[in-house]
Design a protein around this ligand. Structure first.
Ligand code: ATP
Length: 642
């Protein structure tokens, strides 16, 4: 049997807020999850627990899911946990009566503050048995901690954390509390696994039995929920809708909503213009310029009283409105008067008004993250719009691209220096595509995006890297590979001319399933002297004494200095090769690529040959770096090309 109906129930604890799910019970599940690496087993463990919580009621489920994904609010609200080491050490000291110096030392030995908290708790003798901690209290306190600011914020946070620690009745509660507060549970429970577990629990709950349940049903429920969350990223409402309408009905109640970010659709790589016709098999397509700026999803709503709200989201669902107040201010210029609500997909590009030309991505990167007054803007931007996802109360993503484009052009007008439609041509001949590609480069773009125009395959697929959107960059055509976005995790001291600066850096890709940064290459090429100085100054701010436990780095490539996973660099390389000393995409990471004939290698990872620094990617967080699965795919693709 695929799934057996979970049995038993959760013994709720009595609290002043009524019966609650004990945090201890959730931590027992976390322990079991941590003890295995098998994805199906992890999903089943979490599914069974969520099913039992689901029976206890919606509030319990909402809180438990948030603690499982280790978030206090939806991403776009920008409220993050992630408490510094020193505050956590202080809190552990306060709660357990141990000396901070001892705790620091133990941290050096164990490399995991969670384990230190666990050990401290085990050895602690207490006079009173604390009242059990509930999942809801943990979440509420996390929220309070994340939102505490002001002069004595650190002190208040330390107080709140130590109260939580003091209330732990088991040492594993202390371990997971501390890890959660660091921002990472590190049990191999990716958010996508929690989503699968939630979908499956909801399906079982709805059916009431496991009779006749097929693997396809589980998969369908999972896909369904993932799609819903990529358009409506608020667990609280989605869970409420699951109770009300069932897992199959949730999609029609949690639809695209202006002011909630949609996970963007992404493109696959196409290496040659000749292959495009073959790929599209006679289906009409359009070629658009691929602008080199920052993805900007513009949301707008006007209510009946005339109140307006405009939000600009980044590619990662961050609220970028404070960075682009000029875009928000020009909405009424480019939207026709009949438009009352919309979601536009655009690329914001640095723009030179005098010459009427696009400026480079580097220029855009120098724009400040927050502008208080529009007069402070030093780098002007123009938005090139390529899709319309929502208009006047209606989601459009299921419509063919051709129709969405018509609506875009009917309801929005170009405004000089501010808003334009993406330059596009509906071409059919390879020579014309090639020529348009050349022209895009002359016009300071990266190449072309080629998109299916008609039929179901041209719908907008939130969060998917789809074959219905292909990217054709000049570099691929010239035989250079695509670039990778990698995280800087270490540095090596320089020699000769580079004494005083770092001579090379250690880069890593990210494996979201294992929540691990895997070393991929050492890089020392592509930097100017001023680059080297600037990088050193910036990176030194995130220097750490020892590697994070979630860094996969072999002894042979150990750097002299370690960094927090903070900076992402775009890097190009001659090619990718197998390596016994780098870990990228090793062994089991391949489960993500089940379609591959052979796993890459159980012991070797993939490494980059002759990597070269291109630029800093300030618009990406470390977790947005190229994933292990993408590295594996690039490696495999190159094998088929050769
Ligand atoms: P890259 O490093 O190329 O930005 P990526 O993984 O961020 O890679 P891709 O799927 O490769 O994203 O390319 C899509 C990105 O290209 C979009 O996120 C968007 O920012 C940008 N873009 C520029 N012009 C267009 C366009 N006409 N249509 C869609 N996306 C465009």
């Amino acid at each position: 049997r695929m799934v057996a109906m979970p049995t038993g129930s959760i013994e709720l604890i009595d609290t002043k807020d009524g019966p609650q799910v004990p945090f201890r019970a959730l931590c027992e599940v976390f322990e079991q999850v941590e003890a295995t690496t098998k994805r199906l087993e992890i999903t089943a463990l979490v599914r069974d627990f969520l099913f039992l919580v689901m029976k206890a009621g919606p509030e319990h489920l909402k809180h438990t899911v948030m603690v499982c994904i280790n978030k206090v609010a939806p991403d776009h609200e920008g409220i993050e946990l992630g408490i510094g080491e020193s505050a956590l050490i202080k809190a552990i000291a306060t709660a357990t009566g141990r000396q901070a110096a001892r705790i620091k030392q133990e941290h050096q030995e164990l490399g995991d503050l969670g384990a230190v908290a666990q050990r401290s708790k085990t050895s602690q003798r207490t006079m009173f048995k604390p009242k059990p901690l509930s999942v809801s209290r943990v979440l509420a306190t996390f929220k309070e901690i994340a939102q505490t600011s002001g002069s004595s914020a650190i002190q208040k946070k330390v107080g709140l954390i130590s109260d939580l620690l003091a209330a732990c009745s088991s040492s594993s509660e202390a371990k997971y509390l501390i890890r959660a507060l660091e921002g990472r549970l590190r049990i191999g429970l990716a958010e996508s696994t929690v989503q699968a577990a939630l979908a499956q629990a909801a399906l079982l709950y709805e059916r009431g039995s496991d009779d006749g349940l097929e693997p396809e049903d589980l998969q369908k429920a999972t896909d369904n929920l993932k799609q819903v969350l990529s358009q409506f990223p608020v667990y609280e409402n989605v869970i409420a809708a699951i109770y009300e309408h069932g897992i199959s009905g949730v999609a029609s109640h949690c639809m695209l909503t202006p002011t909630l970010p949609v996970k963007p659709m992404l493109a696959k790589i196409e290496k040659a213009a000749d292959d495009i016709l073959r790929r599209f098999e006679g289906r009409p397509f359009t070629c658009e310029y691929k602008y080199d700026g920052e993805r900007s999803q513009i949301h707008y709503v006007r209510d009946e009283a005339g109140g307006e709200r405009c939000v600009v989201f980044s590619r990662n669902a961050e609220n970028n409105t404070a960075k682009y107040p000029d875009i928000a201010a020009s909405v009424r210029e480019f939207a026709r008067p009949d438009v009352t609500s919309f979601i536009l997909d655009c690329e914001a590009v640095a723009w030179d008004q005098a010459s009427g030309r696009i400026r480079s991505f580097q220029v855009l990167s120098s724009r400040r993250k927050k502008v208080d007054d529009q007069s402070e803007i030093t780098v002007g931007v123009c938005c090139f719009s390529f899709d319309l996802l929502f208009l006047n109360g209606e989601p459009l993503i299921k419509l063919p691209l051709r129709r969405r484009r018509e609506l875009l052009r009917e309801h929005f007008v170009p405004v000089a220096n501010k808003f334009q439609y993406a330059t596009s041509r509906d071409l059919t001949e390879v020579e014309d595509i090639q020529e348009f590609l050349e022209q895009s480069i002359v016009d300071n773009c990266e190449g072309l995006m080629i998109k299916t125009l008609d039929g179901e395959m041209s719908s907008y697929e939130p969060s998917k890297r789809s074959l219905n959107w292909l990217k054709l960059k000049k570099d691929y055509v010239d035989g250079l590979g695509d670039s990778l976005d990698l995280v800087v995790i270490g540095a090596y001291y320089g020699k000769g001319k580079r004494v005083g600066a770092y001579g090379a850096y250690l880069l890593a890709c990210y494996d979201p399933d294992r929540e691990e940064y895997q070393a991929i290459c050492k890089i020392g090429t592509g930097f100017s002297d001023s680059d080297l100085e600037a990088h050193k100054a910036k990176l030194d701010q995130s220097r750490i004494e020892q590697p994070k436990p979630y860094y996969a780095v072999s002894d042979k490539t150990k750097p002299d200095i370690w960094f927090e996973p903070a900076q992402v660099w775009e890097v190009k390389a001659a090619d990718l090769s197998l390596s016994p000393i780098y870990q990228a995409a090793y062994g089991e990471a391949m489960s993500a690529l089940a379609h591959m004939p052979v796993p890459i290698d159980a012991t070797k990872g993939v490494s980059l040959r002759f990597p070269r620094f291109i630029r800093v990617r300030d618009d990406k967080t470390a977790e947005m770096a190229t994933s292990s699965a993408q590295v594996a795919e690039m490696y495999e693709n190159q094998k088929t090309v050769q």
